[in-house]
Design a protein around this ligand. Sequence first.
Ligand SMILES: *Cc1c(COP(=O)(O)O)cnc(C)c1O
Length: 395
Amino acid sequence: MEHRVYADNAATTKLSSRALNAMMPYLTDNFGNASSIYTEGGAARKAVDQARETMAQCLHIKNPSELYFLSGGSEADNWAIKGAAELSLKKGKNHIISTKFEHHAVLHTLEYLEKHGYEVTLLDVHEDGLVRPEEFEAAIRENTGLATIMFANNEIGTIQPIQELSAIAKKHGVLFHTDAVQAVGTIPVNVEELGVDMLSLSGHKFHGPKGVGALYLRKGIRLPNLVHGGAQERGYRAGTENTAGIVGMAEALKESCEVMEERNIRLARLRDKLIDSLLTIDRSRINGDRVHRLPGNVNVCFHGVEGEALLLSLDLKGVAASSGSACTSGSLDPSHVLLAIGLPHEVAHGSVRLTFSTETTEEDVDYIISVLPPIIERLRAMSPLWERIIAQDNT
Ligand SMILES: *Cc1c(COP(=O)(O)O)cnc(C)c1O
């Protein structure tokens, strides 16, 4: 088979074999309904309870019952934001604070709420891809009921000061949610220390199965029910439990937490090696801060290059990469994240995101380093935009 390098782990990751093995019994013999009282159901119930405990332990959640299983990151974001908005409204607060570079699961939910009478302030993100806590505090008003700020950005990998932000929210009586889908399983996440009220996570971003995730919901916050029906998930989210999915997600998280420290040292070195190498290319720049950054995230733009062409050329050479989020590639709009950190349209277009996982090797990175620069050179040679940039330089 041709040489393939999968470098789009921010979009999704491969199911780990440990997770698959943990899931198998619940896809086969232990098919019982976790809510039934006979033996088969009991096995499933036990597995779901155990998974909740395992995940709570990895995330330093005091009470496992504060963790609610649902279908993924988008659903967790939707529930947290719409639910907390509704709760806040009961106290007369209809203002929500977020940022310009959130995932669409957050941004589109906020657009929906705006149409229903809520006021939304989207904080600017600075050129380094970081939110300033003092600007967050300045945006809080009398009627602010909720803030939602992502932990780590899915495109440029920048890591926000969540602990500091949530402390500010608490001081002003504002509920605080964080979309931690890119952080959980990737970097240490200590929910107790972070002090957040709500936190979203998704199994398939850390080598768990797709279609399963969770929301951490602090005890005492009574969100409206997400799905009405049976009594599953303490009545908040009805529907027969996805036992295999839940078990696989918990096993994948446990595995991620076990290997995290060593893996991240290795991935940060590979990340820096790739960034350093790509920055030697003429008129290239790194998107987002280099220090407050996920260990496996590389996002670089090349002036005078069209992103889609770059991705197609990389794919032909066996490299799976992305120009931003999977949700926007396929459209010709430049990434809202890159625009939010101040890149002009045509520059934002020439960006590539390469994201690593446990499976990424030094050989993979060396391979990318060998194929990417000639692609840039070839694309620029046929680019009218690049010709214009060079012509401008020479006048
Ligand atoms: C992937 C992702 C989501 C969506 O998660 P799904 O489980 O695919 O719905 C939400 N937020 C961020 C930051 C993501 O990276």
